[in-house]
Ligand binder design. Structure first.
Ligand code: TXA
Ligand code: MG
Length: 320
């Protein structure tokens, strides 16, 4: 299969392919997604196969207009609209009661759905042109770092999907915040660019942060926890500061990669890049391409407090 690289001018063509049941990757502000129309079960099956995704890991539904919410969810509480008004389009995914028309394959059999309105003009135009919501998991082989550039999608799926709509480099770089609002106290299942603080300020009530429940809001105990997520091949060593760096360097095989905002070296075998959510997955992917066996992450005052960044690093290092 030839994988087409589409640009903004080709959105109609990309939408036609989606309506034919072919898989198209597209950019959102968080990461790239692999799309299929929400009611097309055969196309959604293809996504699970091409990603190698376990069938118990449900998909996020992407909408472009607020009135599409009632096509995929029922018993929508006023809180959903408060959050939508404050954060949509944007990187916040709401867990709501599932509309009976939403196929079981989308939700992994759960009676809830995950919905968000992405803040990328191409994504919104694509959904509008297709005329129905699109499911889209992150566009990466299951367990690998998500894609934040069209070239990352091609690394994983060239020849396996119909096309990639190139929307440039994703501005956030990590996946949306997922919040379950079907419970009496809202529950953050996955930290992301919209923080607990951001949400509490808007809704005026406390929110529980419980990422160990990511991948399920129901009785199932977090099937996603079985898998190593967001991970490069390299071993990841996390340092709280530079104190023990020399000791670690002396015992670590080179070439190696360091992600840090406070360290520089002239040594050729040590590749140093900045540490932030926007570029984390890009450098994880670079490390795979360059056969780096160890990535040392050195925290600083800012990164240490970034809950979403810490969550992805810990998962990649398999600590959580
Ligand atoms: O930023 C994002 O959210 C990106 C872009 C493409 O929108 N998408 C994304 O999709 O990260 P994915 O499939 O890689 O992650 C979806 C997450 C998973 O952790 C999944 O378990 C959770 O959302 N999820 C989906 N439906 C759910 C549900 N009904 N209850 C609980 N968690 C759910
Ligand atoms: Mg993913």
């Amino acid at each position: 299969m030839l994988t087409h690289l589409y640009t903004r001018n080709d959105i109609k063509q990309a939408a036609c392919e989606l309506l034919r049941g072919n898989i198209i990757a597209f950019a959102t502000e968080t990461v790239y997604g692999l799309a299929a129309p929400v009611f097309n079960v055969a196309a959604i099956e293809k996504i699970f196969i091409v990603k190698g995704r376990p069938s118990d890991n449900p998909l996020i539904i992407h909408i472009s207009r607020l009135d599409q919410l009632s096509q995929v969810a029922v018993h929508i509480p006023p809180l959903a609209y408060t959050l939508a008004r404050a954060f949509w389009p944007g990187p916040l995914t709401l867990i709501l009661a599932r509309h009976p028309h939403v196929p079981g394959i989308v939700t992994g059999g759960l009676d809830t759905v995950a919905v968000r309105m992405p803040a990328h003009p191409d994504a919104l135009t694509l959904i509008d042109t297709v005329g129905q919501p699109l499911v889209a998991p992150s566009a990466n082989i299951s367990g690998k770092p998500s894609s934040t550039r069209a070239e990352h999608v091609l690394e994983d799926f060239n020849g396996k999907i119909t096309g990639v709509l190139d929307g440039g480099i994703c501005s956030q770089g990590i996946e949306s915040t997922v919040i379950d609002i079907t419970t009496s106290t809202p529950l953050i299942l996955r930290p992301g660019p919209i923080t607990k603080d951001n949400i509490e300020k808007v809704i005026g009530q406390p929110v529980i942060y419980n990422p160990t429940n990511e991948h399920t809001s129901g009785a199932l105990k977090s099937p996603g926890m079985k898998y190593r997520h967001y991970a490069p091949e390299a071993k990841i060593i996390v340092l709280e500061n530079k104190d023990h760096l020399n000791q670690v360097l002396s015992t670590t095989e080179k070439p190696l990669m360091i992600l840090s905002n406070e360290f520089a070296t002239a040594e050729k075998n040590i590749h140093v890049y900045p540490l932030n959510p926007k570029t984390l997955y890009h450098y994880f992917r670079q490390s795979d391409k360059n056969n780096i066996s160890t990535i040392i992450i050195i925290h600083d005052a800012v990164s240490r407090l970034d809950t979403a960044l810490l969550n992805r690093i810990n998962k990649a290092a398999q600590k959580q």
